[in-house]
Design a protein around this ligand. Structure first.
Ligand SMILES: NC(=O)c1ccc[n+]([C@@H]2O[C@H](COP(=O)([O-])OP(=O)(O)OC[C@H]3O[C@@H](n4cnc5c(N)ncnc54)[C@H](OP(=O)(O)O)[C@@H]3O)[C@@H](O)[C@H]2O)c1
Length: 262
């Protein structure tokens, strides 16, 4: 039977790797991007590489009519979605809490929670009709551990986890599973180019000594998004090299904090 997955923010980076992972398993893939041209270019690359059908969609953020039109188009093409991966995010970088305009704060909340709700609901309507499906939130370990000047982002990621569990509870009766991947630092272009001093952030220091490649996040999304995890819902899968289990990051050579407890 033909299977399909929709991945948001998938024209490059983490989202593109997730789309490739599903395409590699034979899924028809739908790519979402705010740029229709980028979405279509990414879909073309996937078709060429994997020989599966792929389509790109230009997405308007927080616009329910746009979301409905996309899902209608998927249906018109003969598909009811099997998997939705909510990867796109407003990162809300450098939002200093005492001065950030409330409109910018709410943009982050609306994108990461409201828009994802709109998408998940349309996907769930198709999945209910199909008899089941899987929704995967690409969340963050910052849902649990705060980082500087990211109040809206952290709140949106914590809120999205609550939303994920509530959806899992409500939609389990339709065979719809809802889970979350919690990456730590990922080797994105921003990390490669050391944007915002990414490479020196404490989240680089993990017990495993490395941070996530795109494929690490894609593998986790595949596990939760496919029947590999058929009895799992409302769950969180952390992909952060163990960063979050530390009370403080152990920075090699910086100091010796492995001695007696204070
Ligand atoms: N990078 C990390 O270290 C890290 C750590 C923990 C969790 N995460 C999470 O992992 C996911 C992917 O992370 P990433 O770093 O690869 O993300 P990213 O590249 O910043 O964003 C993923 C995609 O989301 C879309 N996007 C960016 N800003 C947006 C906005 N303001 N509104 C709507 N869409 C927007 C972009 O796609 P288009 O331009 O094509 O629309 C972008 O390619 C995100 O959910 C992020 O929160 C990332």
């Amino acid at each position: 039977m033909k299977r399909s997955a929709f991945i948001t923010g998938a024209s490059k980076g983490t989202g593109f790797a997730i789309a490739r992972r599903f395409a590699g398993e034979g899924y028809e893939v739908f790519i979402g991007s705010r740029s229709e041209a980028s979405a279509c270019a990414a879909a073309k690359k996937i078709e060429e590489e994997y020989g599966v059908p792929a389509r790109g969609y230009g997405m308007k953020v927080f616009d329910e009519e746009n979301v409905k039109a996309i899902f209608q188009d998927i249906r018109s093409g003969g598909c009811l979605l099997d998997c939705l991966v909510l990867n796109a995010a407003n990162l809300g970088i450098r939002q200093e809490g005492l001065t950030v305009p409330i409109s910018e704060f709410m943009d982050v909340i609306n994108t990461n929670m409201g828009w994802n709700f709109m998408l998940a609901r349309q996907a769930a309507l198709q999945m209910r009709e199909k008899g089941g499906g899987s929704i995967v939130f690409i969340n963050s370990n910052t849902a649990y551990r705060a980082i500087p000047d990211r109040i809206a982002y952290g709140a949106s990621k914590s809120g999205a986890l609550g939303m994920m569990r509530a959806m899992a509870l409500d939609w389990g009766k339709y065979g719809i599973r809802v889970n979350a991947v919690l990456p730590g630092m990922i080797k994105t272009d921003r990390w490669e180019n050391n944007y915002n001093d990414c490479r020196n952030a404490p989240s680089n220091y993990t017990p495993l000594g490395d941070i996530a490649e795109f494929e690490d996040v894609a593998n986790a999304a595949w596990y939760l998004g496919s029947s590999q995890s058929r009895n799992t819902t409302g769950a969180e899968l952390t992909v952060d090299g163990g960063n979050m289990i530390q009370l403080y990051p152990l920075i090699p050579g910086a100091d010796d904090r492995t001695g007696p407890a204070c």
